[in-house]
Structures are given as structure tokens and as C-alpha cells.
Design a protein around this ligand. Structure first.
Ligand SMILES: [Zn+2]
Length: 382
């Protein structure tokens, strides 16, 4: 085994390799060598206008298909448009359960949740949306989740005592099922849960979804159906809905969960790569939508981070890119980028942080207290 592969078997090796790659390719500066005051603007007036968008680069991608020399062709938008504007954290560890719903719930609560990944249950701890709304007295339409998978419909709020008022969740596939555009096969937009075909929650799609289309997104069934016919994947549908939400509701806290990359479970490497390239493009599309929207331009901080990675090729317990079962360094060591308002651009930080540190960091930025989170604020974002 050569030394490079050996080094990629450890979290520090992975982080170091990401760091060096980004210094070379995107010209990032190493954060620990920088001094200077925090760029974050404080004060109530600024906080009231501040908006945060979180995108999970979802489904799990490995470095050799992304932040490594052989992967760079798959993420041109991240590398050349977004990362030069970002603070990039090269060493983020997920110590929780590597299932998409439970991992995303953990990102949203700041606690490693232990709920059943394949059940329609709420997170066991208060979500970021509940802290945000309760502490800052925000209305229901100020926090939204756009989620790809039918199994994510409970992610907006917990059952926790004295919390429970969280985010409105929009499930684009339910909207599509409700609109039922006839004449064209849109099954590719309704694909769900690549990992466990036995768990296929019933697709909703009734009066509630039609009302969301009409009253919130201000889309006619005809216009929505016509646009859906131009889209190639569920994540494209999610981004279309998210941008529409930004135009109609302008939520201050918007969370979008991507999932296309998880098609890797099918074993088709080409579809996995296609998913990464699409997610890369969609992240840039979201950032452009921020710049084009006066409610968001200039006062938005956007976070992009995976829920977790995927298995390395060398682990005999796994099947390489196809799954995320081994819990090896490649599947647990991820990254996070933050860009926009209050973020130092073009800097890379390699101090270890954890997935559960996101919520306390958002709390510090937006001014709420995530009392039950077990993470801690990332100091470079304060
Ligand atoms: Zn998966």
C-alpha cells in the first residue's frame, strides 16, 4: 500500500490532503496563520436581517471524487466559484449513525440522534428551527426545510417539552404527486430512498400539498407541472422549490437537503459521479439565487456540508463508493464550507470540528441558545 493511500485511512490524513489540495487548486490561505478581528457584524439590527441557508451536500461523496486531484473535475463550481469566497473547514467528523435521516436530524439538533433511520419519527432533541423560533420569537414561515425524501417529513420539529414549534417542511415530491402532471413520465423525479427499497413511505400528495403550491409558492398546477418536465432529478426539483420559497416567503432560516448522490447504492459509478456534478452545480445555483434576491443579497451566510462520506475502497468490510457501512475514516471525515455575510473568504481551517457543532455555531451567529446541543460553536465563525 502506498503512503498516500495509507494517509487517507486516517481522519488527519484526509483533512491534510484536502487542505493541501485546496491550497494548490483554489489558492486558499491556511486560517491558523491569520490574525485579525472577526468579520462578523454584531448588533440587533444586523441580526434581524441576517439570513442563513444550510445545504447538505447530501448522500455522501468521497474525496477521490471531490476534494482530491482526481476528483476536482466533478466539483468545478465549488472549487472555482464558491470556495474562493468561503471559509473551508477541512476536518469535520461525524461520530453518529451513518444513515441519511438520522444524520441529517443530528446536524439539525446538534446531538447525535439515535432514532430509527427508516421510520417517520421526529428528532429526539429540539431542532435548530425550534431554538431559532422560540428564542427569537420568529413566525412559522421564517424557517423552512426543503427535503428530498419522503422519510424526512418529521425533521422540522421535535416532540420536546417547551419546544415543538419548528420549521415548515416542504417535500417537493409530494407536491409533484399532488399535481399529477399527466402525459409525461416523471418517475425519475419521484425516486426515493436509494438505500432501503423496503422502506418506501407512502407518497402524500393531496389537498395540503395543492394548497402549498397555490398559497405559498404561488404556482399553478399547470406551471409547476410544465417546469417539472424540464428537470432531471429530485435535487433539481428541490432547488427549484427552494428558490421559489425564497422569492415568496424569504425565510431567514432555510435548510435544503440534497440526496441525488446516494444513487451510488445502486452500484452505478457513473450515476454517482453525475449526482456529485449536479449537486456541485446546484450549490452554485443557490448562491446565485441569493445574489439575485434583494432580501438575501449581502446579508446571507450559506453553509454547505455533507451528512457524511462513503466507504473507502481499501476497507474489506465495505464495497467502496457504493455504501456507507464501515464507519471508516472516509465515511466519517467530512468538510464544511461557509460563505457570505460575516465569513472570512479564502481561508481553510484544519482544526477538528464535529457535525454537531453546526447548530451551536448557527446559534452564535443568529443569537439563539441551543440549550440541549452537545456540540460547541466553531470559533472561526464567531
Ligand atoms: Zn445512502
Amino acid at each position: 500500500m502506498n503512503r498516500l493511500i495509507q494517509s487517507l485511512q486516517t481522519p488527519f490524513g484526509l483533512s491534510l490532503s484536502r487542505r493541501e489540495f485546496l491550497r494548490d487548486v483554489a489558492g486558499l490561505t491556511l486560517g491558523s496563520t491569520l490574525m485579525g478581528a472577526s468579520p462578523f457584524l454584531r448588533g440587533e439590527a444586523v441580526r434581524k436581517k441576517r439570513k442563513v441557508i444550510v445545504i447538505t451536500f447530501g448522500g455522501g461523496a468521497r474525496d477521490q471524487e471531490t476534494f482530491a486531484p482526481e476528483g476536482q473535475e466533478n466539483i468545478p463550481h465549488l472549487l472555482h466559484e464558491l470556495i474562493p469566497q468561503s471559509s473551508f473547514f477541512s476536518h469535520v467528523t461525524n461520530r453518529g449513525i451513518l444513515g441519511h435521516y438520522v444524520a441529517t436530524a443530528s446536524l439539525a439538533t446538534g446531538v447525535y440522534e439515535t432514532l430509527n433511520n427508516f421510520a417517520a419519527v421526529p428528532p429526539q432533541h429540539p431542532t435548530v428551527f425550534e431554538y431559532f423560533r422560540r428564542d427569537l420569537k420568529r413566525p412559522a414561515n421564517d424557517a423552512w426545510v426543503v427535503a428530498p425524501s419522503n422519510g424526512f417529513n418529521r425533521i422540522g420539529e421535535s416532540d420536546c417539552r417547551s419546544y415543538g414549534a419548528g420549521a415548515l417542511v416542504i417535500l417537493p415530491k409530494h407536491l409533484l404527486a399532488a399535481a399529477r402532471p399527466g402525459g409525461v413520465n416523471l418517475d425519475h423525479l419521484l425516486r426515493d430512498n436509494y438505500e432501503n427499497p423496503l422502506y418506501t413511505p407512502q407518497l402524500g400528495g393531496g389537498e395540503f400539498e395543492l394548497q402549498q403550491l397555490d398559497r405559498i409558492l404561488r404556482l399553478s398546477v399547470e406551471d409547476f407541472a410544465a417546469h417539472a418536465r424540464t428537470l432531471s432529478s429530485p435535487d433539481e426539483l428541490s432547488v427549484y422549490i427552494a428558490i421559489r420559497l425564497m422569492q415568496q416567503e424569504a425565510p431567514s432560516l432555510l435548510w435544503i437537503t440534497m440526496h441525488d448522490i446516494d444513487v451510488a447504492h445502486s452500484g452505478a459509478y457513473s450515476l454517482y459521479i453525475e449526482g456529485i456534478r449536479r449537486t456541485d452545480r446546484l450549490c452554485a445555483e443557490m448562491w446565485r439565487a441569493v445574489q439575485d434576491n434583494p432580501e438575501y443579497a449581502g446579508n446571507t451566510t450559506m453553509f454547505i456540508l455533507p451528512d457524511f462520506g462513503r466507504d473507502a475502497d481499501y476497507d474489506t468490510g465495505g464495497n467502496g463508493f457504493q455504501h456507507h457501512r464501515t464507519g471508516d475514516a472516509a465515511s466519517r471525515t467530512t468538510w464544511m464550507m461557509a460563505l457570505g455575510a460575516g465569513v472570512r473568504p479564502g481561508v481553510i481551517y484544519d482544526d477538528p470540528v464535529q457535525s454537531i457543532d453546526l447548530v451551536p455555531s448557527l446559534g452564535a451567529i443568529l443569537g439563539f441558545s441551543p440549550a440541549q446541543s452537545e456540540g460547541k460553536p466553531v470559533r472561526e465563525l464567531l
